[in-house]
Each structure stands twice: as C-alpha cells, then as structure tokens.
Design a protein around this ligand. Structure first.
Ligand SMILES: *Cc1c(COP(=O)(O)O)cnc(C)c1O
Length: 454
C-alpha cells in the first residue's frame, strides 16, 4: 500500500482529532501516514521520514520502538493483559503505585487510575468536591483556574480551562470555573522579574480566595508551563504562594502535571521546583513513555481518609473500564526504570544547554519574541499577522523532515529525551529555515509539498 492509499482510506473512515477535516481534504493541512517509528523518527510508507520534535503530542519520552519498553510490554502480554481493578489487583498496578508514591516522598501515597489526562482531571475535581462534602462543606463546589489554563476536552475539564478555541462553542454546556490571572512571565513590565509577575498574580488569587473561599473546593494549575495556551512559562514562586494561600483558605491545590510531569521541566515533577506538594497530582502522557493510555491521580493520606468510612456513598465510586490496565502499568514501570538506569534528568540537562545554544539563531530571529525555555521545552512567539502562519509553517517544517505544530503563532519544541547531537543540530537548523520559508512564502499554495497531493 502506498501513502496515497492510506490517506484516501483514512479521510473516508477516520475522523481525526483537533482538526477541521476539510483542511485535509483540500490539502491545506497535509495528512501524514506513518508506517513505523524508530527513535526520534517517524517513517511513511514510501520511505520519507519526520523528526518527531513534539514527542507525538507530548507523550513520547524515549523515542519510538525503544527496546526496553518493548521488552517489558511483551513480557507483560504473556502474563496478564487486563483485569477488573474493582475487587481485584495485580503486580504492575501495586508496584507502580508504590514507586510513584516514593517519588513524591510518600506525600502522595494513594493512586487512583484512569486511561487519559482529561479523566484524571475529572477525578481530581470530583474527589476534591466530594472530600469537602464528606466534611459537611458541600458549599465548596466551585473551582479556580488560571487564565489560559488547559486541562482537557471533556465538559468538566473545559469548565476549568480557558482556551477559547476549544471551549467557546460549548460554553452553554459548561459549569464555568472562576478564572484568576496567569503568572505568565511574558507579562513582565520594564524592571519586573518573572517572580514579580508571579507575586502580582498571587495577590489577585488572594483577593478572590479572601471573598469566595467558602464556596471554592480547589485551585487547578499547570505547574511552571501552561502548555496548550502557547507554552506560557512562570516562576516557581507562584506555586509557593498559591500553596500557602490554599492552606490558609482551606482550598485544595490540584497540580495538573499531565504535560509537565516526567522530566519535561527539568525535575521529575514540576512542582518540586517550588518545594511544595499539591493535594492532587494528575499524571498521564509521559507516564507510560508515550506507549499506552494511562493516567493517575495521586493524593494525600488526609484526602484518602476523608473517604474511608462505613457508609458506601462516602467512598469514591468513580470508575473506568480499563482502570489500571496491566500492560499500561508495565509500560509505566519500564519508564521509571529507564529514568533510574540512564540518569535521564542529568542527560537532559546537558542536552538542554547544547540545544538552547543551537536555537540562538531562532531566538534572535528578527520576528522572534519572548524566546523561553524550561527543562525540555522551548518556545518562541513569532510576530506575524499572517492568519495562515500556522499551517504554512507546519508544511514548511514537514517538507524539511521536521514535525513541529505551532500553537497559534508560537513555535515550540518538546523533543523526546534521546536526540543525539546531529539530530539536535538538524532540528534547530531546519526550524529556522522553515520559519524563513513560511514568512517569505506568499498565499498558501493548496496541495503544495510532501509529494502527497489532494
Ligand atoms: C493533554 C493535557 C490534558 C488532557 O489529557 P488527555 O489525555 O488529552 O485527555 C490535560 N491537561 C494538560 C495540562 C494536558 O497537557
């Protein structure tokens, strides 16, 4: 089968996510068929290759077809593929829960499982509300979220998100959270540091908590990097202050580390950089090294005890069919093994220094604004009023064997943790070339490029 065959069949039968399908049909956005992956590279059916610089939508950590990941999943496949987790348990889910708890210094010693990030956020929201209800405070049934925050696409998670593109249409269906200012460091005025911006945002948070805390169950944040809104980065000072305010006003702190967890920001978990712990930690994406869908909500002894009772309805009766799937848990265990065996965080730190230097031409590009970097995430805003910048850059990058999907006019890099020096140099060089080509090219040529024509 050729690329063309798979594209035709896909466009007929597969409704692709986060996509206006007509843009594929007309060729404005190319659809790329993938036959196999190896390391950082994706290969199509005709031998073309693409460097996966966004880790397959922020999930992949150690590249595709990683031998140790593959071996662990194969081994589990011959033992147990799936079993109900209500009333039953199995080795991978027990070991994973113990090891994750240990990685939080046992501050978050109870793991509740689901299959995707949005479900984890839903669980944290429900648990927080239910905890207060179990303590006779059912009025605490509202949530606080940050401007520009993103926590998923289900109705509950859209209610605590603030990205208009995904949310606006569904507004009549949502129970809207209270939005407080983001500590996004790009808001710094002359002479202000990122920590100053964080303190300003925390002051606004305090004003809201002071008047409304009796009706608020939890504050939900993406620690250090707000991803979907365009890789907005903030100082850890915000998390320190938010933690203190949540304690003072008896409001839970939910850390949505679905994107930033597992080394993305330089530490295993982003909240570690603030020296605080949340009441709920939502994890997914990198949890399985990008292999299988799995998410977890980790929480404290205090929250767990709040549900522990003779009354069944005081318990947390939430469930998903594939909760704690053994194959996914084994993939997660293999991920933790690789972190430990390969000293991944230290390697990433050395890589990040080199890659930041390689990105200097992009950072200093005349149309680049707010170049920023934390851990294994790099982002830069492009000053352009071209409404087609995003698809144009995307295509120019693909033509240069690079998979980069800008968020609006923000170009970001979130590579797997295994790029070698040649791959890093190739990525940095071709990203600038793609940017120049995108900025220079005149109105979008429909069907251009990739050797894949609509
Ligand atoms: C991706 C993401 C989610 C949603 O996870 P899904 O698995 O796509 O449902 C939630 N929060 C953050 C911060 C994310 O990046």
């Amino acid at each position: 089968m050729s690329n063309r065959d798979w594209l035709d069949r896909s466009l007929k039968a597969v409704w692709h996510p986060c996509t206006q399908m007509k843009l594929h049909a007309t060729g404005v956005l190319p659809l790329v068929p993938v036959a196999r992956g190896q390391g950082a590279w994706l290969y199509d059916f005709e031998g073309r290759r693409y460097l996966d610089a966004i880790s397959s939508w922020w999930v992949n950590l150690f590249g595709h077809a990683h031998p140790r990941m593959n071996a662990a999943i194969r081994d589990q496949l011959d033992r147990l593929e799936q079993v109900i987790l209500a009333g039953f348990t199995h080795a991978p889910v027990v070991e994973l829960s113990e090891r994750l708890a240990a990685l939080t210094g046992n501050a978050l010693g109870h793991c509740f499982y689901a299959s995707d990030g949005s479900s984890a956020v839903e669980i944290a929201l429900k648990m927080s509300f239910h905890y207060w209800r179990n303590h006779g405070q059912a009025d605490k049934n509202h949530f606080l979220c940050l401007a520009g925050g993103y926590h998923g696409e289900t109705l509950g998670t859209l209610g605590v998100s603030d990205v208009a593109l995904y949310k606006e249409v569904y507004a009549p269906l949502l129970r809207q959270a209270i939005t407080v200012p983001s500590p996004d460091a790009r808001q710094a005025e002359t002479g202000e540091s990122a920590a100053d911006v964080a303190r300003r945002a925390a002051t606004a948070l305090e004003a809201t908590l002071a008047t409304r805390h009796e009706s608020i169950a939890a504050l939900i944040v993406e620690p250090l990097v707000q991803g979907a809104t365009g890789m907005a980065m903030h100082d850890p000072e915000y998390l320190r202050l938010a933690r203190a305010l949540c304690d003072r006003y008896r409001v839970h702190l939910i850390a949505d580390e679905i994107m930033v967890g597992f080394g993305r920001t330089g530490t295993l978990f982003a909240h570690e950089q603030a020296g605080v712990r949340p009441d709920f930690l939502c994890l997914s994406k990198g949890l399985t090294g990008g292999y299988l869908p799995l998410s977890t909500v980790m929480t404290t002894e205090d929250v767990f005890t709040g549900f522990y009772d003779d009354a069944v309805t005081q318990g947390f009766l939430h469930s998903h069919s594939y909760t704690g799937n053994p194959l996914a848990c084994r993939a997660a265990l293999a991920t933790l093994d690789i972190f430990a065996e390969d000293d991944v965080l230290a390697r990433n730190q050395r890589f990040a220094e080199r890659f930041t230097a390689l990105l200097a031409p992009l950072a200093h590009h005349p149309q680049a604004r707010h170049f920023r970097h934390r851990g294994m995430i790099w982002a830069v805003d492009i000053a352009t009023d071209d409404p087609d910048f995003r698809p144009r850059f995307y295509r120019k990058a693909l033509q240069r064997e690079i998979l980069l999907r800008p968020l609006g006019t923000t170009i970001y890099f979130m590579p797997p943790y295994i790029l070698d020096d040649d791959e890093a140099a190739l990525l940095a060089e071709r990203a600038v070339a793609a940017l120049d080509a995108a900025l220079q090219s005149s109105p979008l040529l429909v069907g251009e490029g990739l050797g894949v024509r609509a």
